[in-house]
Design a protein around this ligand. Structure first.
Ligand code: 5CA
Length: 158
């Protein structure tokens, strides 16, 4: 197997730190978007975990919403769950808080621990796929492993 890129290796190490025997794979095809990732690994788009970064508008905390590739986050509804409004983070905020560039943001291994939520629709699948640090790197896991590794709260994001 070929050597992982530095960002993908960071995610692989984070998986190991969480005690998860899961393997990051780097693919020749792009996995930059949920649609591309689903095509690259041959799964349904709903099985792709989008690791979306938002920002609380008052306290400027990073919020990670692990969203099914089939869904769009209702910012107002999630803001009500958090108790503070959220807005989409800029590309620079994403980089600063996670250490990853957009298109490769992983659910784990962030520089700063974000408030984390998991889309309940991901629990409908036996296997899901998440980004692993680059727009060509992913790993397969179960919803329970996602919950274990991120300690995210399961919510409706709709
Ligand atoms: N690698 C795939 C899934 S495995 C992936 O990262 N998909 S994603 O959906 O989580 O990441 C791409 C997301 O980044 C897009 O859905 C989009 O909402 C967000 N995004 C794209 N451009 C920007 C930008 N300039 N600022 C903030 N967010 C952006």
């Amino acid at each position: 197997m070929s050597k992982l890129s530095k960002s993908a290796q960071k995610v692989q190490s984070a998986l190991e730190k969480h005690g998860l025997a899961l393997l990051v794979v780097e693919l020749p095809k792009s996995t930059r978007t949920a649609v591309e990732a689903a095509s690259a690994v041959n799964c349904q788009v709903g099985q792709i975990v989008k690791s979306l970064i938002f920002k609380t508008v008052e306290s400027h905390r990073p919020v990670l919403i692990l969203t099914s590739g089939a869904n769009r986050v209702n910012e107002k509804a999630v803001g009500e769950i958090i108790g503070e409004a959220i807005s989409r983070a800029s590309a620079s905020f994403v980089r600063e808080k996670t250490g990853f560039a957009i298109g490769g943001v992983a659910p784990i291994g962030h520089k700063e621990k974000p408030l984390t939520y998991i889309d309940q629709d991901l629990l409908a699948y036996n296997e899901i796929w998440a980004a692993a640090g680059t727009p060509h790197a992913v790993f397969k896991l179960t919803p329970e492993q996602l919950r274990q590794a991120t300690q995210g709260e399961v919510i409706s994001v709709l």
